[in-house]
Write a protein that binds this ligand. Structure first.
Ligand code: AHR
Length: 359
């Protein structure tokens, strides 16, 4: 019953915050099915608790608990991609309750909430702490506390400022964001025939995924595309709503935009709406490249309204829990466990490919 109580606590936190969150969510059909199954499990667990079980949360191995206890401090719900990652982690844990206990917190986009959640996990004595740092900087104190408590830390999908010191965390499971920016630039060069004016919709200010995608894109264009000009570059905070808003303002300011590079697909989907409302054809009058590979972007590419998405998989749960188990057993793992991602231009996107997308 210890395990079910932790699961209930985590799921209750997650779903309560999901219910009141105001961010963009575009959970895929698969994710919705997963969520439903997890909710069913949570409801069953809740029924068991209502029967009078009020045990306290376990203290990992100290209390003789041999299950893998993982604390996951999620950023929030800024994108469909983020929801897919959350659902994958919760689904995997819910399917493996015989070996895994997950305590999940939703930080609602705030670094201070992620730090609070991590401190809470230290108090609980979890085996491993997992989190995607909302921004790159400001983690030294709390990561030092994790070290002092001898709790390994897995960074997922984003990193921290390398100058803070790589020994502050144990490993990172993430895509190569610089590579993603470079791939977007290579495709942009091809789409524009080496000549044109581009705007850029950046992700959350200070997030490694935004900093590195921008670096990869801008540096490739500067070094290889003398006739491509980046007119403007502003944050859309990785959300569809802000992507639309910032694209609207770009379209009002510049009447000669040939293309937009969006640091994620949710912002690209927002940009498509803005371009349509401005009376232009997305994918034709204004070329659009995104990052993530969410189903909505694949559908837009198939419809001719978007030109490319560079994949960044959120399906990381199996790797996360396998790596956490190794760390609990005292094994050494690579410092960066890199995801294998693809580049999807229109020629690679068919209905079959769209139907087969997991997120
Ligand atoms: O860190 C990964 C990024 O965070 C994804 O590209 C984006 O959609 C998410 O919000």
């Amino acid at each position: 019953m210890k395990k079910t109580l932790v699961l209930l606590t985590s799921l209750t936190m997650a779903f309560a915050l999901t219910a009141c969150g105001g961010g963009d969510t575009s959970t895929s059909a698969t994710s919705a099915a997963q969520t439903e199954a997890v909710q069913t499990e949570a409801a069953q667990t809740g029924a068991a608790q209502a029967e009078g079980n009020t045990e306290a949360a376990p203290k990992a191995d100290a209390s003789g608990n041999d299950k893998l206890v993982v604390g996951f401090a999620q950023i929030g719900q800024e994108s469909g991609w983020r929801d897919a990652e959350t659902n994958d982690v919760q689904w995997y844990a819910a399917r493996n309750t015989d070996t895994i206990e997950l305590s999940f917190a939703d930080a609602q986009q705030k670094q201070e909430n992620q730090i609070k959640a991590i401190r809470n996990f230290i108090e609980m004595g979890v085996d491993v702490i997992v989190f995607p740092p909302v921004v790159e900087t400001g983690w030294e104190a709390v990561l030092t506390e994790c070290q002092e408590a001898d709790i390994p830390v897995i960074l997922v999908d984003r990193g921290i400022d390398p100058s803070a010191g790589e020994d502050l965390y144990t490993t990172m499971i993430a895509s190569d964001h610089v590579w993603a920016g470079e791939q977007a630039a290579i495709v942009m060069d091809e789409l524009l025939g080496g000549q044109g004016k581009v705007v850029e919709l950046e992700g959350t200010v200070g997030a490694s995924a935004a900093v590195q995608r921008k670096k990869g894109f801008d540096e490739y264009i500067a070094a290889n595309c003398p006739d491509i000009e980046i007119l403007d570059s502003q944050t859309g905070d990785f959300t569809r709503a802000m992507g639309k808003e910032v694209m609207e303002s770009f379209l009002k300011t510049y009447d000669d935009i040939d293309a937009v590079f969006c640091h994620n697909d949710d912002m690209a989907l927002g940009a498509i709406e803005a371009i349509k409302e401005a009376g232009k054809k997305p994918g034709e009058d204004v070329k659009i490249i995104g990052v993530d590979g969410v189903k909505g972007a694949f559908e837009a590419i198939l419809a001719g309204e978007m030109n490319c998405t560079v994949e960044c998989t959120p399906i990381l749960a199996e790797q996360i829990f396998d790596t956490a188990a190794k760390l609990k057993n005292g094994e050494t793992v690579d410092k960066w466990i890199m995801s294998a991602d693809g580049v999807y231009t229109a020629d690679k996107v068919t209905q079959e490919v769209v139907d087969g997308r997991q997120y």
